[in-house]
Structure formats: structure tokens, C-alpha cells
Design a protein around this ligand. Structure first.
Ligand code: CP
Length: 319
């Protein structure tokens, strides 16, 4: 694996990568020295709990050095070529990426969508600008439109928890009072489709469909109760409008995940990437019951990160 921006960077099959991550989970220190004398720099342009801690833990399991940089406030990076930097940006990505590349062997970046202009967000400018100017492999810790480490952890979780081949997996929109990006649902759909081992269904209110390029041929139901019927996994996530870009859908309170809805499933498991707003996105009894996998998903973030680091380190060692 040369870099990790999305599922297209997986060298073999998604199934193989999941198996490698599960092997790491069974014996986290088996490749203990794979990262010795290598440095991972993680650049955080917005805050993170799970991604930060799991990536750090994964790097330490491989004996890597890790540097976490918080660029969230005050240190604004300029992305545009030829710009006159007389406003709030203090450093151009050409210098930032070039300098970081001198100190580190791998660069991981966490950024987010602005949710102002769809075309700009969907160009994924921050991460792609770093890829263009960095001299080291880049890892996506969540970008404007994708969150591949979360999706890999979700694949691992489904693989572990599934009691039958080709389980029915439902990605359900759920309400939230603030605008959230489409990164997690985009990636989830992308990975489920690339994996090919689940029957994926999306359900969301009318007018809240995701980007058609991500949906592809995935069935989309605008009747949530119908979509939940017989499901093995319910993956809840809010996203703001793709069509009326970045707008909050305010009429969706009845899309909250309730026990009544879960009762329509095939004893289905509940999934969410976290953080989650209790009793807004999902009711307490659903989140707190044995069928909830949110802790397992968070735990699997470490093995997803370690699997990806190991793949990229393997490629670096060949050079
Ligand atoms: N799911 C996830 O990426 O969590 P953080 O925002 O805490 O990293």
C-alpha cells in the first residue's frame, strides 16, 4: 500500500485486509519492530478522540515514533497556488508539506468539510494538496468526504459479529441539530460495496440522498421502517444535505433510532462511529443494550490503523 486515502488504495482485497487486521488484533505485538526508527506525524486540523488515540496506540504497537500536531486554531494553511497570503493563512501547503516530509516517514491528516460549497468540499482539497506536495505517504484520518479508517474498523466489526453470510446491513440517516459532513456515510457505502460481502441498503428522508457516485447501485429506501425489516446490522449516522448542500434537515425527528424500530430487525446489532448525541440520534436503551457495537467499533479503530500502518511500512522497507 503506497498511501491510504480511501478504499482504492487497498493493495489486495478488502477481505484480505480485514483478515490481516484481525490477525493483528489476536497478536498486537507480532510485528512489534516493523515501525522501529520510523516516525508518523499526525496533523489534526480539527479535534478527535478515537482517531487520535487509536492511531497513536497502533503506532506505538509497531514501535514507531509519533508526533501529533494540532493545527486547529490560528495556524491556517493556504492551499491555492498563486494566492496573495495577506489574510488569515500563515503557511502555504507547499512549505508545510515539504517541511513535514523532512522530519517524518508517514504523514496522517485529519480535516473536515466546510459544508459551504459542495464542489470545493468534494475536491477534498486539504488532503489532496498535502498528497501533491508531501514527499512521504499520506494517510487519511478523515477528510471532507471520506473516513476510511472508520470504515475499515466497521468492516472488521461486521466480519467479527456476523452470524450468517451476506448479512443485511442498513445505513440509516438519523437526526442531528447541527450540520455534519457526508464523510462517514460516503466511506461506509464505498467500503461495503468494495468488500461485497454484505447486502447493503440505505435509508434516509426524501431529498437527503447521498452523492450518486458513492451510492452507485445501492438500494435507497425513503421508508425507514421498511428498510429495517430483517436487518442484521443498523448503522446510524446523520449527514447534512448533499442536494441543498450542508443544510440541516429539520423535519427528521421521527428518524431517531428507537427500540421499536430495532424490533423490526433480525435481532439486529446497532452501530455508530461516535461521537453520538444520545436521545437525538438514538435512544438510550438501544445504545446501552447488548446489541450495541459502538465500543467494539471504537476498539477496532486501533487494529484498522495498525493494519494500514503495517501495509505502508512494508512498502517503505522495500525502497
Ligand atoms: N469516529 C471518529 O472518527 O471519532 P473521533 O472524531 O473522536 O476521531
Amino acid at each position: 500500500m503506497q498511501q491510504f486515502l480511501g478504499v482504492d488504495d487497498v493493495s489486495g482485497s478488502v477481505s484480505d485486509l480485514i483478515e490481516k487486521c484481525l490477525a493483528i488484533k489476536a497478536d498486537p505485538k507480532a510485528s512489534r519492530y516493523a515501525g522501529e526508527n520510523k516516525t508518523l506525524t499526525c496533523l489534526y486540523l480539527n479535534s478527535s478522540l478515537r482517531t487520535r488515540l487509536s492511531t497513536e496506540k497502533a503506532a506505538r504497537n509497531l514501535e514507531m515514533n509519533i508526533a501529533n500536531l494540532d493545527f486547529g486554531s490560528g495556524w491556517n494553511i493556504e492551499l491555492l497556488d498563486g494566492s496573495i497570503m495577506d489574510l488569515e493563512t500563515v503557511e502555504h501547503v507547499k512549505e508545510a508539506a515539504g517541511v513535514i516530509s523532512q522530519y517524518t516517514d508517514l504523514l496522517a491528516i485529519r480535516t473536515a468539510a466546510d459544508l459551504d460549497d459542495r464542489e470545493t468540499d468534494y475536491q477534498d482539497r486539504v488532503i489532496n494538496s498535502f498528497v501533491r506536495h508531501a514527499k512521504v505517504p499520506v494517510i487519511n484520518l478523515e477528510s471532507a468526504i471520506r473516513h476510511p479508517l472508520q470504515s475499515l474498523a466497521d468492516c472488521i466489526t461486521i466480519q467479527e459479529q456476523s452470524s450468517r453470510p451476506r448479512p443485511k446491513v442498513v445505513l440509516s440517516w438519523a437526526p442531528c441539530p447541527i450540520p455534519l459532513s457526508q464523510a462517514v456515510p460516503n466511506s461506509f457505502v464505498e467500503w461495503m460495496r468494495a468488500w461485497g460481502e454484505v447486502e447493503l441498503v440505505i435509508t434516509n428522508p426524501p431529498g437527503m440522498d447521498l452523492d450518486p457516485d458513492f451510492i452507485g447501485d445501492t438500494p435507497v429506501f425513503h421508508d425507514q421502517a421498511k428498510a429495517f425489516a430483517g436487518a442484521d446490522f443498523i448503522y446510524a449516522k446523520n449527514w447534512s444535505s448533499y442536494q441543498d448542500y450542508g443544510k440541516v434537515y429539520t423535519q427528521g425527528q421521527n428518524w431517531r433510532i428507537t427500540q421499536e424500530l430495532m424490533n423490526r430487525t433480525n435481532n439486529g446489532k446497532f452501530m455508530h462511529c461516535l461521537p453520538v448525541r444520545r436521545n437525538v440520534v438514538v435512544d438510550d436503551p438501544v445504545l446501552d443494550c447488548d446489541q450495541s457495537l459502538v465500543m467494539e467499533q471504537a476498539a477496532n479503530r486501533t487494529w484498522a490503523a495498525q493494519g494500514v500502518l503495517l501495509e505502508i511500512l512494508g512498502e517503505l522497507r522495500k525502497e
